[in-house]
Design a protein around this ligand. Structure first.
Ligand SMILES: [Zn+2]
Length: 160
């Protein structure tokens, strides 16, 4: 997926998550969206840094990199929500293109999902919006089923 797709996905996801955590559509909802959108967009842009440093779709498109971003807030109380952007970047790359990503890099095998559309497809934006919606629904399900997840429920301002 291209940068436009990743930014669109990250923005939609942030808005959706704001409503998941604060469904009242008031100031706390806007605050949560503002709190999440910048780090999620930054996280969604980060993996493609490997177009300049390392091997594209390998060096920064893998689960160890995601683990670093996921653990960072735990150890340093910093970079909250960035991992969400990184994770959604991987999802979009596996569904919004015909090439996979090297999830277990330095093992270089690239993994892809059998469904998905090429970046150049006229459906690419539609698929991006649909994936964003599915991700929001997934998080909503996790939150409402009260499954244990790090970060989200503990760091969104004002949520108990
Ligand atoms: Zn990518």
């Amino acid at each position: 997926m291209n940068k436009e797709g990743h930014v669109l996905n990250a923005v939609l996801l942030s808005i959706g998550l704001g409503f998941v955590f604060h469904p009242s559509a008031d100031v706390p909802t806007l605050r949560a969206i503002a709190e999440m959108s910048v780090p999620v967009v930054l996280g969604a842009l980060f993996p493609d840094v490997d177009t300049a440093f390392g091997k594209h779709r390998k060096t920064l498109h893998n689960l160890p990199v995601l683990a670093v971003f996921y653990a960072y807030p735990v150890f340093f109380d910093n970079l909250h929500f960035v991992w969400i952007g990184v994770a959604t970047h991987y999802v979009l790359d596996m569904l919004g293109s015909k090439r996979g990503i090297a999830l277990f890099y330095p093992y270089t095998q690239e993994y892809n999902l059998p469904v998905g559309v090429p970046v150049s497809s006229k459906w690419a934006t539609g698929v991006t919006v649909a994936i964003s919606a599915l991700e929001v629904l997934l998080v909503a399900a996790v939150v409402h089923l009260e499954l244990p997840v790090q970060d989200l429920s503990t760091t969104v301002t004002g949520l108990v």
